[in-house]
Design a protein around this ligand. Structure first.
Ligand code: NAD
Length: 459
């Protein structure tokens, strides 16, 4: 689905006109394509040991790295030691995991700030810091929480498709843990094009980097519900592109388009209404019977039945709860009861920014999508015992048939209300899910990753 306005202001006189009138000027985002090179050079800012560790990891990936200590008093990354102007920066990595007082932020943060004018279009700013909630010392907690304030504000200042995101390390997780490097790679790449102003928390040292970063899901079997169209179809294609064998699930009425998606990804189709009491057992039976295993469960199927609460009827309320959350709970229970949904299992559920920030006319939908957040946090604890993870993604405005139904004026406002000034694509949600489903994300569980271009509503 195209956004005609973005196409119009991206070229020629449309661009000039938008500039003159001060209209939003969204740019076409850099998205992942096979063979993608990570943006470079990456300026690594920060003087602690983790900065060196992360710079070395980037160099191992073949990425050009520049270093800037926090204390070199205003050196500009735009000018080299010989006085010659340097090329644009692909990314700035701001390593702040050892800050202990708010005053510790000033050196590295201001150094990163000086580099921002050199950041290329669709560049990246990524912070690496520690989770504040586990710090005993108020000054340490203040410094760490300060990083989150910096990043969220900075992301709102970036332009031209550049994004700012952060990686939060739990206590004891080293900067070179597999999931930290996995998250870093994801956030640098075009896979995270519409993820902006967000944090991924790495809770454990678990996870494993793939041998082939282009095929991180090789050998895995994944199930995607609601895959006949929209975001679900994009998830199926993305997981298959990344090497997984995919089972696509949708209601029997969507059987024809489901079969087309299944053929397109060389997977198999399962016509199933997920609200059936035996849906979990049917999914297991199909995946194990046809493909011998089940590693990844993606709960994407969802419906809206919007009405103000004052006008809400039983049918609208109950159908949304039944599809969007009750079915997921029942399916997870069946999967968790099976030993075949085993080591390294992944559950990724689709929530919504409406479930986080609330949305007028969507009490039923928000109850279900907030429910997804509660469910994954609790399921994450249960899955940890078998080395599995449960996470959610919360899309903001995504260009699909669901959002195409929104009246024109409301739609136009809704899709501009984020830092990237445009709607996301189904692929953007799919990429985040593919990352969370990968072995590299083994240390990331109970997270809710918003894919919303830093929607101005909510966090
Ligand atoms: P969509 O309506 O285009 O597709 C949803 C699919 O789910 C359809 O193919 C439908 O047949 C299937 N489905 C519905 N009920 C089912 C059931 N009982 N059993 C099996 N399949 C069922 O929606 P979409 O825009 O692609 O959204 C996908 C998910 O993303 C949903 O959970 C939605 O709530 C969520 N989401 C979408 C947006 C957006 O902007 N489009 C934003 C936030 C969250």
């Amino acid at each position: 689905m195209t956004d005609k306005y973005t196409a119009f202001v991206s070229h020629g006189w449309g661009r000039d006109l938008a500039k003159r009138l001060g209209l939003p000027q969204p740019v076409a985002l850099r998205r992942h394509a096979p063979g993608e090179r990570l943006p470079e050079p990456v300026l690594v800012v920060g003087s602690g040991p983790s900065a060196g560790v992360l710079a070395a990891a980037l160099e191992d990936w073949g990425v050009e790295v520049r270093r800037e200590g926090a204390d070199d008093g205003g050196a500009s990354p735009q000018v080299g030691p010989d006085g010659a102007r340097r090329s644009k920066l692909g990314a700035v990595l701001l390593v702040l995991d050892s800050v202990e007082r708010p005053e510790d932020l000033s050196g590295p943060v201001l150094a990163a700030g000086r580099a921002l004018r050199s950041l290329a279009g669709c560049g990246r700013v990524i912070t690496v810091s520690r989770r504040a909630s586990t710090a005993d010392d108020p000054a340490v907690a203040a410094a760490r929480q300060g990083v989150e304030g910096v990043l969220r504000s900075l992301a709102k200042e970036l332009r031209a498709g550049a994004t700012g995101n952060g990686i939060l390390l739990a206590e004891g997780v080293p900067a070179d843990a597999a999931s930290v490097l996995g998250a870093l790679r994801f956030l640098l790449s075009g896979r995270s094009a519409f993820v902006d102003g967000q944090f991924l928390t790495v809770g454990t040292d678990g996870g494993e980097l793939p041998e082939d970063p282009e095929r991180p899901l090789r050998g895995k079997v994944a199930v995607v519900t609601g895959a006949a169209r929209g975001i679900g179809a994009a998830i199926a294609r993305t997981l298959a592109r990344d090497g997984a064998k995919v089972v696509v699930v949708d209601v029997p009425a969507a059987g024809d388009s489901l079969a087309r998606v299944a053929n397109g990804v060389r997977g198999t189709a399962l016509q199933l209404d997920i609200t059936r009491p035996d849906a979990g057992e049917r999914i297991l039976e199909h995946a194990l019977g046809r493909h011998g295993r089940l590693d990844i469960m993606v709960h994407n199927a969802g419906i809206t039945r919007d009405k103000l609460l004052a006008n809400m009827d039983d049918a609208r309320w109950n159908s949304v709860i039944a599809v969007n959350i009750a079915a997921q709970l029942r399916i997870n229970e069946a999967l968790l009861a099976s030993e075949r949904f085993g080591a390294g299992a992944r559950i990724v559920s689709v929530s919504s920014t409406s479930g986080i920030a609330g949305n007028r006319g969507q009490t039923n939908y928000a109850a279900s999508k907030a429910g997804v957040v509660g469910m994954v946090r609790s399921t994450a604890v249960r899955l940890a015992a078998r080395g599995g993870t449960a996470n959610a993604v919360a899309p903001g405005f995504i260009e699909t048939e669901m959002t195409a139904k929104i009246p024109f004026a409301t739609r136009e406002v809704a899709r501009r209300l984020n830092s990237l000034q445009q709607g996301g694509q189904p692929q953007d949600v799919a990429e985040a899910i593919a990352f969370l489903a990968s072995d590299a994300a083994g240390g990331i569980s109970g997270n809710v990753l918003r894919v919303c271009g830093q929607n101005l509503v909510g966090q």
